[in-house]
Design a protein around this ligand. Structure first.
Ligand code: GTQ
Ligand code: FE2
Length: 312
């Protein structure tokens, strides 16, 4: 190979070698502060409910395995994620239906919105899920859902699937028998956070998350390796403004209001999900006493030394 004689020849040679000069990049590799990629957005339960109801008529769990409807962030080029690391979905199970057992490396959790009589079985322990409850299905735990009641059961799923996509350790398998053979019914479980317990804990909490709520309680510590969960009670009125390198999804458990993220104002009510991507300044403004579940990938940033947080 001859030696390049000009810059043009040098750059042409780089191209042929699948290399690039650090001083001559098509795209920058380093920048001073986080870029704005994923967009602030809200998905509203009132809009989703009739659609999921219709999916209930048209799509069986036999066919679908999971009747879940994922929230895809509208940022251009995104194919799946709700924010960079997390995906949220609405799921509905009708009376008599079973979502068969499976396991996967993504961690998951659910927040129950409506309907009683549905159980989730995690590694052989069957727990009834009631509105306001939060249930965990950690990495590689077998899990199945069964509706033995009379109500359509609606809930929100949150998973770290986009993190697994990014890092690539994806494994998934169906249970060989459809359901686990040995199942025990339990009321108390390390994977179940009961609404009445959460409410009682909120009553006695003095943690206001630096002015981001009236009171918060953490569910787990962390709930999952990649996810922290905070149940937050908002008083009527505005919170302070917060910015963090972590991503957050807020699920509305009770109440109504709006979240201001930069210039974007997103109004919300019960069952809605608000996406607050990394490093966006945001505050909530509740129009009545409200409760939000904050689902955040903060543990990932903590473990890697990249958590930066500011409260204005
Ligand atoms: O209920 O097991 O929304 O595996 C996405 C993947 C729910 C579940 C989702 C899942 C589940
Ligand atoms: Fe699953």
């Amino acid at each position: 190979m001859t030696k390049p004689q000009s810059l043009d020849e040098l750059y042409a040679r780089f191209d042929g070698m699948h290399m690039e000069g650090g001083w001559h990049r098509r795209f920058p590799a380093l920048w001073p502060v986080p870029e704005e990629n994923f967009l602030p957005y809200v998905w509203r339960y009132a809009d989703v409910y009739p659609v999921l109801e219709a999916a209930g008529d048209l799509v069986s769990t036999e066919f679908a395995e999971r009747r879940n409807l994922t929230m895809r962030n509208p940022v251009e080029g995104n194919r799946y994620a709700t924010v960079r690391t997390l995906v949220a979905a609405y799921q509905m199970v009708k009376p008599g239906e079973i979502a068969r057992s499976h396991r996967h490396t993504p961690n998951a959790l659910r927040l129950i919105l409506d309907g009683r009589g549905t159980t989730t079985t995690v590694n052989g322990k069957r727990v009834e899920m009631r509105p306001g409850d939060v249930m965990l299905t950690p990495n590689w735990a077998w899990h199945a859902h069964e509706n033995a009641g009379n109500d359509d059961c609606y809930w929100l799923d949150f998973l770290d699937v986009p993190t697994v996509h990014l890092l690539e350790p994806m494994f998934f398998e169906r249970h060989p028998n459809g359901l686990e053979a040995e199942v025990e019914d339990v009321e108390i479980s390390p994977v179940a956070f009961r609404w009445e317990d959460t409410l009682a804990a909120l009553e006695s909490s003095s943690d206001d998350a630096g002015g981001m709520c009236a009171a918060q309680v953490e569910l787990g510590d962390p709930a999952l390796d990649t996810v922290r969960l905070y149940m937050q009670r908002l008083a009527k009125g505005a919170t302070r403004t917060h910015r963090t390198t972590a991503n957050s999804l807020f699920a509305v458990v009770e109440g109504q209001g709006k979240t201001c993220i930069g210039d974007t104002e997103l109004t919300w009510a019960r069952g809605d999900v608000v996406a607050v991507p990394a490093w966006r300044a945001y505050r909530h403004e509740a129009s009545e006493a409200s409760v939000l579940l904050r689902v955040t990938d903060k543990p990932v940033f903590e473990k890697l030394g990249w958590l930066r947080e500011e409260i204005a």
